[in-house]
Design a protein around this ligand. Sequence first.
Ligand code: BGC
Length: 752
Amino acid sequence: MAKHDMHGNKSTVLTVLFAALILTANASAQDRQIEQKVDALLKQMTLEEKVGQLHQLSGRDLTGPANNKNTNILAEIRKGKIGSMLNVKGVAETREVQAAALQSRLKIPLLLSLDVIHGYKTIFPIPLAEAASWDLPAIEQSAHIAAKEAAASGIHWTFAPMVDISRDPRWGRVMEGAGEDTYLGSQIAKARVLGFQGRKLGGTDAIMATAKHFAAYGAAIAGRDYNAVDMSEHQLWETYLPPFKAAVDAGVATFMNSFNTLNGIPATGSSYLQRDILKGAWKYQGFVVSDWASIAEMVKHGYAADIPDAAQKAINAGSDMDMEGFAYSSSLVQLVKSGKVKTALLDDAVKRILYKKFELGLFDDPYRFSDAKREQEVLNDPSHRLIARDIARKSLVLLKNDKQTLPLNKAAKSIAVIGPLADAHRDLEGGWIVKSDAGQVASLLDGIRSHVTKDTEVIFASGCDVACTKTDGFSAALAAADKADTVLLVLGESWDMSGEAKSRTDLGLPGLQTQLFEALQAKGKPVTVVIMAGRPLVFNAVADQASAILYTWFAGSEGGNAIADVLFGDYSPSGKLPMTFPRNVGQIPISYEQYETGRPVQDVKNVVYKSAYIDAPNTPRYAFGHGLSYTDFSYSNLSLSTTSMQPGSTVTVSFDLRNTGKRDGEEVVQLYLRDPVASIVRPVKQLKGFQKIKLAAGEQKRVAFSIDQAMLSFYDSKLKWIAEPGKFIIMLGSASDDIRLSDELQLLDKPK
Ligand code: BGC
């Protein structure tokens, strides 16, 4: 390197370091200033005003059971009895409630929150779909746009991301998360937090994020929402907590606790989770909001005798704000006066909340997020739709493509577009929609019409509705198929079959949808099936017989166009499953991350006294990480920088990835590791890294991963995080069941 270059680089490094130092110094000076302001304000507050800060109330929209309390909200706000509201949105509404807060004695602004789960006005694919993109920058960008739109509409705070791991597709809320895997889930948790919050709170394009639901909510027994969770400490630490820790590390402003009991203790009343782990071991400085009435619900759980008892248990356990539960508002003043709750605990909760209000700049300008002009501009920014279309394309998963059925020909003479979801608009948006207009959503049928040539005839027949209880419409559908060269069938769930309180025991295609498929299939023409759903469904007949299957989840405002982009080959599919697709409900819970048994199946034809089912294989229908492309990729020339790893060092694993097909495409290369002998039996494989790589047809690239000791570590029987010396197996592949390269690595027990 030339001398002046070196000098140039060095001075750049120094400048960057210096700038970083100044930033950190400024940040901590700002932190101290905020702390002083919070302390000064707290000193002026009455006990009632303090309790008011912990009370959160819903506006007109309900996202949980109605409480039947006829509160005069504005009057209560003026009395300083409400610190935060949810479900108030738009400049006009948010200004109205904020104005009331400014009439209270201390003029403490309200925090306004909303479930901005996958977009505000522009609806992005449901979170599980975005997880299928494995595209962290795209996921971050989608959250950022959601934040920008919500922030222009007066919102300060979203109840997202949901970072609950779940291995049970019966649970309807899998649609809100990132799927089954701890590593992928942790990466996505971080991307979403950074997307919503930006690098720092205080900008008007950033809102506070919430890591929810703390903790283990995704492991509800039998996939029934709100159900109890019974889990080993080991599994909690190893599988369910890391995405929350990743959110803390990314600076998430708030946490939400959860409805479930965990080993007998409601999460909302769990000091272990909230005080010991979150605010203790993880030194978390943000605040914890309860879930909807989850404090009061501790009475129904049988954990608290009455509402005051529930309030006492929740605040002592570290729940700072009571969402819609009226437990704190009705009992805390008395509990503090009687000494049952220490003032210091109340003060700590209030301070955490006030701190965020200062950090967001609400004391400088309580209306800074409610700006009519910005709302108008931001909500109508056309670039948001383009970005939504891009991530939607990346989220679709090509499950099957026999004989290159896809992509379809734009110049086909005729295409039959059949099925209950072919012309759906609202369903494409999925659940948790707060402000969109389904009238602005192009259906897949619209998308197809805008892709084909003007001479192509598009023949539409729904066949039946989503519930599909009657066969009346089948004959029109069959007639459409008769007339067309190409048959496309669009099946799946309606938007409201997944989400909160939408657990299902039967994951099949609803009603007679499978019969509709079979009737069409019997025509002998290749049938391409598009499946829209909020969770992995079970569709064996389709999986066995259809020529091609594209799983699209609920792909958002631009879903119809994005799906058509993929069907016609404008974009080569690149999504990979973030959850295992079972063959039937009896295999659930299911994950690629299993443990070997003492009776493994060696020969599927002989499972006597083996760990197996007698009526179905152990393998899933589609494995975690599976997803095809219109091109092919080869993996070769694996090499390790060393096969003996010194403790504390890193090893580089590299290989050649080549696009061997005729089209450009993207591959998600996946790195899995196994510790084959350990003091605690380790899973057969665990995802520890991935990269999404774009290659032109024929292009080749050397791909490298760095393996460090943390990637070889686990919680031992004493819950100590350790790496045990010995052999590790490194696997690289295109899916958890499609490992292309592997090698061994020895972790040495002391430096050589
Ligand atoms: C859900 C939360 C949500 C809250 C507010 C609850 O029922 O569990 O995830 O943020 O309602 O809408």
